[in-house]
Design a protein around this ligand. Sequence first.
Ligand code: NAP
Length: 360
Amino acid sequence: MSYRVIQWGTGNVGRHALRAIVERPDFELTGVRVYNPDKVGTDAADLLGGQPPTGVKATDDVDAILALDADCVCYSPLGSTLDETGGPLDDICRLLASGKNVVSSAVEFHAYFPPGLAMKGAGDSHERIERACAQGKSTFFHVGINPGFTMDMWPLHMSRLCGRIDHLHAIEVVDMTRYPSFHMVREIMGFGLPPDAPSAIDAHMGDVHESAFYLSMRMIADGLKVELGDVEYSREVAVTDEPISIAAGEIPAGTVAAVKFHYRGFINERPAITLEWIWRITDSVAPEWPTGDSRWILRVEGNPSIESSIDIGTTEDAGRGTSIAVATLLLNAVPIVCEAPPGILDNLSLPSHGGGYFLP
Ligand SMILES: NC(=O)c1ccc[n+]([C@@H]2O[C@H](COP(=O)([O-])OP(=O)(O)OC[C@H]3O[C@@H](n4cnc5c(N)ncnc54)[C@H](OP(=O)(O)O)[C@@H]3O)[C@@H](O)[C@H]2O)c1
């Protein structure tokens, strides 16, 4: 079976997704939605470089995209980091109502809708998406590297090896040096800001029960069928002594060059689950923190104890493992999403499946 797939957004994630849609033997590229006026009218192949023409031209005409006959849309433009997040939800609902399945990385609050938890960031997404799915007889699934895999689903899969768990610790280490998105690296993550300056991500994570990252903690607890108590938050930063040049611009001396965010979840009033995100633009600060490019470490203390890690690499585009991993998580879900009954699949309800493809 071949799947007709539309790629919506051609940024870091979207270009990896587009390349895979063009290359995958069981996918047929059906449309490309872009925002940048310079990309409009360009053959999809020219957005990737070095590919034979696809005959599919990028467009910013949403009605034209809605009118296409497609099985699935891979929706990866900006989403929850925008000032106004109603737009992405409107897009997703229109696509679903038009009968297209959607896999999305844009709004992290859509990764999991825990029963009884009404997060401000999710708003009325659950009801609206359900309605749109019913209207279009379509299925929706959101996934990201986290929430959606490395800090929740991977630890959960690994817990099948566990007996008594004393403490589960998942660590993300991502090098942001080659991430060219000024919006994400500077405006959201706060690299290049003075250490005491508030950053958007600090405000987001610090409001624990309203943070999309809390969903990872909830997915682990709910997947393990234990009641999650308090979740403590802390943040540390490390400052560079000298200016550093990265893809997103210049980072002045005396400003943030590495950050560590920390959630500690309590079960039975004991600290039981620790999630830690370490993001760097240099390894020369905070040498005691783990280093790596796109790396995740899982440590389970208990019987048995477990230590495992994932390192993801690619040489394409900006060479960021995280971006290609979001693209592969999205596309590997397409067949299962297209075959699922209408409605929302979240990361806990998604049937077990594999991924990847072989060329003929
Ligand atoms: N949770 C996770 O693990 C995770 C990890 C990485 C990314 N993400 C999410 O995945 C999405 C894509 O990330 P990325 O790294 O590819 O971002 P990026 O490189 O900054 O790309 C930006 C994308 O947004 C599009 N865009 C431009 N203006 C826009 C607007 N006003 N409204 C909506 N979209 C606009 C761009 O359009 P063009 O196609 O015209 O360039 C491009 O496709 C984001 O929503 C990001 O938050 C999630």
